[in-house]
Ligand binder design. Sequence first.
Ligand SMILES: [Zn+2]
Length: 343
Amino acid sequence: MESQVTEKSFVQRIQQIQNEFESELNQIKSLKDLEGVRIAYAGRKGVVSSLFKQLGNIPPEERKAAGQSLNLLKQFVSQTIQSRENSLSCRNVKQKIDITLPGEPHYTGRLHPLTQVLREIKLCFQNMGFSIAQGPEVESEYYNFEALNIPKGHPARDMHDTIFVDDNLVLRTHTSPVQIRVMENQSPPVRIIAPGRCYRRDTPDASHSPFFHQVEGLCVDKNVNFADLKGVILTFARHMFGSDMKIRFRPSFFPFTEPSAEYDFSCLICRGRGCRVCKGTGWVEISGAGMVNPVVFGYVGYDPEEYTGYAFGMGIERIAMLLFEIPDIRLFFENDMRFLNQF
Ligand SMILES: [Zn+2]
């Protein structure tokens, strides 16, 4: 049993503890330090708690006054700790958030430039009543060549640098076989574009890639003529590159069209005046087109006396390179974010 304690000495003790508490609190620098002080003073086995246990040793007539002083100490300790905790937390937040630091931008995904261009091409032709057709990338020689009037031994096969998968099976060298597949399954009128990937045994350089994307176009109906083809190509040119675009057709040869032509757009850079890109001609080559060869109609059972049609092709990379002024086709396939982020 502990000895008797007077109220006077008890209050002195309280005062002493309050002084110690305040001086300890003045030295702390972190929330962790503060927690140590809190446990020492306000914890279950802390100083304040042990003082409450000593109240019983004070003579009963003095106990009430001693208790009031102790309650005041208890209140002071808890309020002071609380307010110190608030100010420390506040300071920590200030340390964490330095508003002068540069921001960290969030990376946002975007569409590949070829996807963007393809979507625009599709939109343009859909507006003119064309629908989208697709075909396999692994194609039989029949669809890739024969039915397009390119029989075995035809010199045009050499131009295609074909990748063979198996006997009679190739990676399609153009999207033209989709024409045959569509016409086999559909009676005229036909008005389709067929976008897709093509493959050729090319060594990659600034303008060649062993795989690339084409859009094939085909329209077959009664009384379709070359002027319709020119109108569609002109509408496309102006949709993609602006209303002042001009087009021109030059005679050419493709086995599956007769007559055949290659078509050019007026140079996007100099708008026809002549520059380095167009080699001073004012024109840039786009691709080939022509009236569907009646021989091809023979393969799909269309009557060439009743129907005529035109077909055209274009490289999506070619259009994108002109549109965005991209100098090297390989950039599309290297997945370099510095390149892709520009679109
Ligand atoms: Zn030019």
